[in-house]
Design a protein around this ligand. Structure first.
Ligand code: DQA
Length: 141
């Protein structure tokens, strides 16, 4: 099984960025944990991070060859109909992940444009959420 994991804007700053909310692990640390978990499940992961909405959309558009997509659209979750539309066009299993529990935070984070275009959403379990998402996609097969 091949999965694509997309990290949206500012997630390249994990570890330095608001550590009280997002923790002290860097994106590389989190990706390494994801890779170790994926290996134990015999899953191959490709990672992609971008701070640019158009690049994220193009990556989503070309993800049809994967068996599933896990995406943390970060702030675009709450603003981007274009990312939602790209996700809606893609007919593979999709899971939206957030490190923080977006429903415990400011009200503008309570609405996700993208979640409705995914099979489900995992929010509030830090980097472990990506591992839960991998297992959720395996369970859907
Ligand atoms: C986030 C939550 C978003 O509201 C925020 O803009 C992020 C990160 C999370 O993983 O908790 O950048 O997606």
């Amino acid at each position: 099984m091949k999965l694509l994991i997309i990290h949206g804007p500012n997630l390249n700053l994990l570890g330095q960025r608001e550590p009280d909310i997002y923790g002290t692990q860097s994106l590389d640390d989190i990706n390494q944990q994801i890779s170790a978990h994926a290996e134990s499940r015999n899953v191959h992961i490709t990672f992609f991070q971008s701070n640019h909405e158009g690049e994220l959309i193009e990556r989503i558009q070309s993800a049809g060859e994967y068996d599933g997509l896990i995406i943390n659209p970060a702030a675009f979750t709450h603003s981007s109909i274009a990312i939602r539309d790209a996700l809606s066009s893609l007919s593979i299993p999709k899971v939206e992940v957030h490190l923080s529990n977006i429903y415990q935070r400011e009200s503008f984070r309570h609405h996700s444009y993208s979640a409705a275009a995914c099979n489900g959403q995992i929010s509030g379990f830090g980097g472990h959420g990506y591992q839960l998402a991998i297992d959720a996609i395996i369970a859907q097969q």
